[in-house]
Design a binder for this molecule. Structure first.
Ligand code: SF4
Length: 398
């Protein structure tokens, strides 16, 4: 097991074991044709649907209360283009340099038939006897189209599990049913161990220094890996009884310290798995969010900025500064949140501490003693702070 345990969850870890059928995640409710038609109308007749990927699904899990994102992602609206049409283009995305560096590191980790990656997997999560370099299987997963690749992946996982040998699936393709539409997901790798367990591998180019890495980056990687694990669990449930076990610790592989050498640590993703599961079931309720929209609402990116602004503002959002790193609409939503004086624009923790006081004006009125329930601890604390400030200013030399 790991010399460098990293936890992206505070949930204690139970002993691993095969999952019973009743414990398996429910497949999200399949949306009907009427919903798909309605979502296509919202997207616009000539706008191709933006496919959902693991990053989008992970971002949904990071902001589970945002109806705006849930609806736009559910309808396949291209959010980067929408942000552009709204006049608030996103600066969201990975630089070309970071992309190339990540690509080179991943190639190094998987070199020589994945010998080093399998050694790290065995060392950190176990799974059977030590892999012998050159003897592991690396099946060819190439096929036409995402459906074809997903089919090849399913076959390779079935054969590898039956073979009981170390197998590396390099960029497999997984399908996950999301609101009645398959989302195709491509993890960096999945390792099948001789004991039949499946482990998701995430390869990142941020460093792991003295066994620990940036907590925010580990959290983002864990949310993304949870989406892959969810898709694998659906696939495992289809493969038979007992279903192969998908490990709830993913293997995070990063450069060691300041070198280019790979190191790895298991990351507990159970909390992210349950949040993602819940989010996907809520995503199936985009029908309810869409039904509450005024007639004629459209997110067609070819429409005018004024029309799109009205449409986007008709869907409730829960902006937080974290959106800046996760959602293409962040600049638009931040501007609206600031214009409304919403305290969430200042951070989720402050929003939590202020309780029922949702705007900056309400908080200032409470601090001045002009509004708010004095029995509310947040109001009482603001009044005390306001009185102390007034006292300090009164005693200031003029
Ligand atoms: S940027 Fe806006 S739409 Fe995106 S998650 Fe945040 S609040 Fe929701």
């Amino acid at each position: 097991m790991s010399e460098f345990p990293i936890s992206a969850s505070s949930v204690p870890s139970p002993a691993p074991g095969p999952r019973a059928a009743h414990e398996r995640p429910a497949t999200p409710r399949t949306a009907g044709t009427a919903l798909r038609r309605r979502l296509a109308e919202l997207r616009g007749p000539d706008v191709p649907a933006q496919p959902l990927d693991a990053r989008a699904l992970a971002a949904l899990a990071a902001n589970p209360g945002c109806h705006r994102r849930a609806l736009l992602d559910g309808a396949g609206v291209p959010k980067a283009e929408l942000a552009h049409s709204l006049g608030a283009p996103s600066a969201f995305g990975q630089s070309q340099f970071a992309f190339m560096r990540g690509h080179a590191f991943e190639a190094r980790v998987k070199a020589d038939g994945g010998a080093e990656l399998l050694r790290l997997t065995h060392a950190r999560v176990g799974g059977g006897p030590e892999p012998v370099p050159g003897e592991a299987s690396v099946p060819d997963l190439t096929a036409a189209g995402p459906q074809g690749r997903a089919g090849r992946t399913e076959l390779a996982l079935r054969e590898a599990t039956a073979a009981g040998a170390w197998t590396l699936l390099d960029h497999p393709m997984l399908a996950l049913d999301v609101a009645g539409t398959p989302a195709f997901l491509e993890p960096d790798a999945v390792v099948v161990a001789p004991d039949g367990t499946w482990t998701v591998v995430e390869i990142k180019s941020f460093p792991m220094i003295d066994g620990s890495a940036d907590a925010a980056k580990v959290g983002a990687a864990a949310r993304q890996a949870a989406v892959y694990a969810l898709a694998l669990e659906d696939l495992a449930a289809r493969l038979g009884d007992p279903a192969p076990r998908v490990r709830h610790h993913v293997l995070l592989v990063c450069p060691k310290d300041f070198s280019n050498l790979p190191t790895a640590s298991p990351v507990d993703i159970r909390k992210q798995l349950s949040v993602t599961r819940r989010q996907l079931s809520r995503l199936a309720r985009v029908e309810d969010i869409a039904a509450a929209l005024p007639p004629g609402t459209t997110f067609d990116v070819t429409r005018s900025a004024a029309e799109l602004t009205a449409a986007v503002d008709a869907v409730p959002a829960t902006y937080a500064p974290e959106c800046l790193a996760a959602c293409e609409l962040a600049f638009h939503c931040r501007a609206r949140a600031r214009a409304e004086g919403e305290v969430t624009a200042l951070g989720r923790s402050l929003r939590g501490e202020l309780g029922a006081l949702a705007t900056v004006d309400q908080a200032l009125a409470a601090a001045r003693g002009e509004a708010g329930d004095p029995d509310d601890p947040a109001v009482a604390a603001l009044r005390r702070a306001g009185a102390l400030r007034a006292e300090a200013l009164a005693g200031r030399p003029g």
